[in-house]
Design a protein around this ligand. Structure first.
Ligand SMILES: [Zn+2]
Length: 267
């Protein structure tokens, strides 16, 4: 039997999907509803009543449930906000402008089309209280909440808008807003203290054909590289015995993550 090495074929439109898509003022969301793979919240409590029928990306929800279980927080932390459609984001933005004014809104509410809540990969978590502040929910930095923050990266989450990165993200520090990017990316971002804008740039130092990023996590040898999207289709060879993941960066290319059983010679 003829044995050919498998390849990954990536269409240019696919740069807008995947767990690492960067959504901000300069990179609006292009993800289709189908890409979001939304599921309703079942295992996790809802904090606040502002949103009905809360939904999240399936993997994001599963990992969030595992994270909450790991820090024994299922009775203390709930979801305040998950997936938002363009219409919902517009409604939130317009209401915030009326209720809180332009300055507050610019700091805490993304313009319609520029919110990563529209990907299903972002979640606002909050203390399960009687009265929950919808735009700025209470998320303390002690006890169970501190454990959540500490364990988040192990489950693929990052605190997306951190103190000291406001000049890059253009969003004020939001202790309640978490973004699912998946392991190993969440762990690498934490180790290198990079926000998503910086991490996407950082990965461009590891282009396909150049030297790739190699790291070892959970007994797996992980290899990461960036490739610019070709006009028609991007073809990449893969090793048949390695698990791989791809994600668009939502601007010009893809990030490929390979999980090897054995150490690879650096290339
Ligand atoms: Zn949020």
């Amino acid at each position: 039997m003829k044995h050919t090495n498998p390849v990954i074929r990536l269409h240019p439109d696919m740069i807008h999907s995947g767990q690492l898509v960067l959504v901000n003022q300069t990179n609006p969301v292009v993800t289709s509803l189908q890409d979001c793979r939304l599921v309703p919240l079942t295992t996790i409590q809802q904090a606040g009543t502002e949103e009905q029928e809360l939904r999240l990306n399936q993997t994001c929800l599963q990992q969030l449930a595992s994270l909450l279980e790991a820090c024994h927080a299922l009775e203390n932390i709930g979801v305040v906000s998950g997936y938002r459609s363009q219409e919902q984001q517009k409604h939130i933005y317009d209401t915030s402008l009326l209720d809180h004014g332009a300055e507050f809104t610019a700091s805490y509410v993304a313009r319609p089309g520029e919110s990563e809540h529209q990907t299903g990969l972002a979640v606002d978590v909050g203390q399960l209280l009687e009265d929950v502040d919808y735009l700025c929910p209470s998320f303390p930095d002690h006890g169970i909440y501190a454990s959540f923050k500490q364990l988040a990266a192990e489950y693929g989450f990052i605190q997306r808008y951190q103190e000291g990165k406001e000049h890059i993200t253009n969003i004020a520090c939001e202790p309640w807003h978490y973004r699912y990017v998946g392991v190993p990316h969440s762990i690498l971002m934490e180790q290198h203290e990079l926000c998503l804008e910086e991490y996407i740039m950082f990965l461009k130092q590891f282009p396909f054909g150049g030297s790739h990023l190699h790291t070892k996590m959970n007994n797996q040898y992980i290899e990461i590289y960036y490739i610019r999207a070709e006009d028609i289709e991007t073809w990449l060879p893969i090793k048949s015995d390695s698990k791989y993941e791809w994600s668009g960066n939502n601007s010009d290319g893809f990030i490929i993550t390979m999980f090897h059983e054995q150490e690879q010679g650096s290339q």
